[in-house]
Design a protein around this ligand. Structure first.
Ligand SMILES: *[C@@H]1O[C@H](CO)[C@@H](O)[C@H](O)[C@H]1NC(C)=O
Ligand SMILES: *[C@@H]1O[C@H](CO)[C@@H](O)[C@H](O)[C@H]1NC(C)=O
Ligand SMILES: *[C@@H]1O[C@H](CO)[C@@H](O)[C@H](O)[C@H]1NC(C)=O
Ligand SMILES: *[C@@H]1O[C@H](CO)[C@@H](O)[C@H](O)[C@H]1NC(C)=O
Length: 400
């Protein structure tokens, strides 16, 4: 617009100049100068706009290239995301598979909790039983040493058992020769038993064979392991040989009680507290387990796992609820007590020194403690022997 206006002015004044006026010529010169100046500025403007256009173009092409780079990056990112999510999917799948194959953590924890609960309950039960036994029996005898040995007789097989009925007032002696038989010899007294000439007062035929050497007699009843059963205990009235009770001892009978006496699977014992059964438990590392039986009904009162091993053991006995385990070697040697287990937890193996039997090469097939006599009745390779023992007070405190 401005350009057109200036041009028309120029044309107008040009026609006036032709009419010849110096003043007009000056004006025209002035206008021409201005025109040139404006043209220059116009040029400048054009160039500026050109360069701006160029710059704009450059910028936009730059942006476009950025955009395309961004696009590439984005698609790269997307493909990476895809592969990542595929990998996540695969890992999830694998996890699911594994979870289906193994029990979940929460299941295991539950089982552990259950186990813990059961252990706690058992411990509580054990404490209760201990307390009850403590209150019921003021028994504080502990073994100090094996004092002396007396060989009473030689009779029967190399293996067998003999003992006195430990019930009060009874002097009767019983002999069960061999690992398996149904004949029990009864003697009226130790004196009569010792006399080599004297024949037994009575020969009792049992209704079933016995097995091993772990029998006991208490108050005229024989308690024994019935042959050809893993863990059946019979209680037989020796007056007429009838079975008055029987029980199956849970978990027992899978291992010999003592590795040196491989034919005895249940070893019974009587002490001041009553009737016990000793056996070895394969699920407990072959260690000895002791079970207190109610002497009348044969019901299980309680079971204790001991830390005493069955390996190299040849026998054991109980005294006031403490198990004393006798060890030896395969070749026969000097027997020693090397492990004890106190159900009251007042006497400990590590506090008691090893106790030696009198110097003699022995091989015990059975050892029975008599709480009244404070003597051990043992079967030593066909010899019937008696050990006198020295006791001390174990200073047991009555349970809390
Ligand atoms: C059982 O013992 C008696 C006497 O001790 C003996 O005569 C008999 O042979 C034994 N029976 C068996 C099967 O060992
Ligand atoms: C020994 O046996 C005889 C005959 O069997 C008997 O008369 C005597 O009383 C017995 N001795 C003892 C101490 O029991
Ligand atoms: C065996 O002796 C006991 C006690 O004397 C008696 O109660 C029981 O009835 C007797 N059994 C048989 C079968 O004779
Ligand atoms: C006696 O027991 C031992 C194992 O303690 C065994 O080797 C031996 O054969 C047994 N003897 C008899 C006659 O049963």
């Amino acid at each position: 617009m401005i350009l057109l206006f200036v041009l028309s002015l120029y044309l107008t004044f040009g026609s006036v100049q032709n009419q010849g006026s110096s003043q007009d010529a000056f004006i025209i010169q002035y206008l021409e100068r201005r025109l040139v100046q404006m043209e220059e500025r116009l040029n400048q403007c054009e160039q500026n706009s050109l360069s701006i256009t160029q710059k704009t173009y450059d910028l936009s092409s730059e942006i476009r290239s950025y955009q395309s780079t961004l696009g590439i990056l984005r698609s790269e990112m997307e493909s990476q995301m895809d592969s990542m999510s595929a990998r996540v999917d695969r890992v999830e799948g694998e996890l699911e598979y594994l979870e289906n194959k193994i029990p979940t953590q929460s299941d295991i924890e539950m089982e552990e909790a259950l186990l813990e609960q059961q252990i706690k309950a058992a411990e509580l039960e054990q404490i209760k039983t201990k307390a009850k036994l403590n209150v019921d029996n003021d028994c504080s005898t502990a073994l100090r040493q094996i004092k002396s040995l007396k060989i009473v007789k030689k009779s029967g097989d190399p293996n067998g058992s003999w003992f006195k009925d430990p019930s009060e007032g009874s002097a009767k002696v019983y002999l069960l020769s061999g690992m398996r038989n149904d004949t029990v010899l009864e003697f009226s007294s130790l004196e009569n038993f010792t006399k080599t000439s004297s024949s037994p007062a009575k020969v009792v035929r049992l209704p079933f064979f016995w097995s091993g050497t772990g029998h006991v007699v208490y108050n005229g009843f024989l308690y024994y392991h019935k042959a050809d059963t893993p863990n059946q205990i019979l209680k037989v009235d020796l007056l007429n040989g009838t079975v008055v009770d029987s029980t199956l001892l849970p978990g027992a009978g899978r291992l010999p009680v003592y590795s040196l006496n491989p034919n005895t699977f249940l070893d019974m014992a009587v002490d001041e507290l009553g009737l016990w059964v000793i056996h070895a438990d394969p699920e407990y590392g072959g260690n000895l387990v002791i079970t207190k039986l109610e002497i009348g009904t044969l019901s299980v009162e309680y079971t204790w796992d001991t830390q005493c091993r069955s390996r190299d053991a040849e026998g054991a006995f109980l005294m006031c609820g403490t198990l004393y385990v006798v060890y030896n070697t395969h070749f026969g040697g000097r027997s020693t007590i090397q492990c004890l287990y106190d159900i009251h937890d007042t006497i400990h193996s590590n506090e008691s020194p090893v106790m030696f039997f009198p110097k003699r090469y022995t091989s015990h097939s059975s050892i029975h403690y008599h709480p009244g006599d404070k003597q051990l009745y043992a079967w030593d390779d066909g010899y019937q022997t008696v050990y006198k023992v020295e006791t001390r007070s174990s200073d047991k405190t009555v349970a809390e």
